[in-house]
Design a binder for this molecule. Structure first.
Ligand code: OKP
Ligand code: ZN
Length: 340
């Protein structure tokens, strides 16, 4: 059955971000191919923000409807959400200005779960900044791994569409940073959130670098994306890999699928850096996801990611079993460090 949890309280997170400035949880001294064997945990690292990714294709649209613009045209100040989605438009309507208070937000979103409240833009922007900072630290300080603790998440958002609690594609922006600013070839965005990252797939569908690879529940949200037949287009052909697994999937089947994905696609691709879209809503007790992974399984996942053997940026996505989310995330990271 489908229970809808309350959306993440973005304004609350905004208030807490200053208290969570960059705790470093683990350090190792040995080196890894000249890279520091150290995972740095970033949480809304406001004081260390680096310039936002300048690449045109990943910039948020300047006229994406914000909260202030919504109020100006008579929208409800409690939150921006559409009453119409501008799908299958005739050529006559190609501009956001054709929508009123209910129509404009529908031009840049595809569902009702990416509501924009007063401080949403700031929170989403800073989450993208945290991911970018993570990419910077990974590359310029040559870390073995960095964890960017981003909320709101990003993988359902493409360049110009918000949805699924996502506004800016944090992992995509970070991957682009590694490629365009640090010269990485063959970056893989491995999406282990329970849900298919349709936004990330869309952004990179026609590109060979980065590869997008996802293991996700099917059939489930976002419903119209994520089948195995979606393998990329043009230069991107073969660099999009979807592994849909049935509702109820447990540890053994999940790990077998992950092993196969790594061995058959990620290693042969010639991976040079890994960006993990780290959702832990695959956990059995998660109220939104419907897999059955145990907390111990997240350690097995961390070990496998470490054995890929490349610089790794973890970017937080989903995870809604609030009392277990900390254990499940740190299980991935600590097992990664032990195996690295
Ligand atoms: C965001 B992320 C449940 C509906 C849930 C939205 C899910 C967004 C998940 N019946 N709809 O990938 O964790
Ligand atoms: Zn998810």
């Amino acid at each position: 059955s489908c229970t809808t949890p309350p959306p993440p309280d973005i304004n609350d997170m905004g208030d807490k971000r200053h208290e969570m400035d960059r705790p470093i949880v683990a350090k190792y001294n040995e080196s890894f191919n000249g890279w520091k064997r150290e995972t740095e945990i970033l949480a809304m690292a406001k004081d260390t923000l680096v310039e936002f990714c300048k690449d045109d294709d990943l910039q948020p649209l300047p006229d994406r409807p914000g909260h202030a613009a919504w109020i100006e045209i008579g929208g409800n100040p409690d939150g921006v959400f559409p009453d119409t989605f501008a799908v299958r438009l005739s050529q006559i309507y190609q501009d956001i200005s054709d929508g009123g208070a209910g129509g404009r937000p529908g031009f840049f979103s595809y569902d009702m779960t990416a509501i924009i409240a007063k401080d949403t833009y700031t929170a989403a922007y800073e989450a993208a900044q945290v991911a970018t900072t993570g990419a910077e630290i990974l590359a310029s300080e040559k870390r073995r791994a960095v964890f960017a603790l981003c909320r709101p998440p990003g993988h359902h958002s493409s360049e110009d569409l918000a949805g699924g609690y996502c506004f800016f594609n944090n992992a995509g922006i970070a991957a682009e940073r590694l490629i365009k600013h640090h010269g990485f070839g063959n970056v893989v965005i491995l999406d282990i959130d329970y849900h298919h990252g349709n936004g990330t797939q869309a952004i990179f569908y026609k590109r060979h670098n980065p590869m997008y690879a996802s293991i996700h529940g099917d059939p489930d949200y976002p419903y119209f994306w994520g089948r195995a037949e979606e393998t990329g287009e043009g230069e991107g052909k073969g660099a999009n890999v979807n592994v849909p697994l049935p509702i109820g999937t447990g540890d053994d089947e999940y790990l077998a699928a992950l092993d196969a994905l790594i061995a058959n696609h990620i290693v042969p691709y010639g991976i040079q850096a890994l960006v993990v879209s780290l959702g832990v809503d695959t956990f059995g007790g998660d109220p939104v996801g419907s897999f059955n992974l145990t907390s111990a399984c997240f350690e097995r996942i961390g070990e496998r990611l470490a054995r890929i053997g490349v610089p790794t940026l973890f970017v937080m996505e989903g995870g809604y079993a609030v009392s277990e989310i900390g254990t499940n995330v740190t299980n991935v990271l600590l097992a990664f460090e032990r195996a690295a």
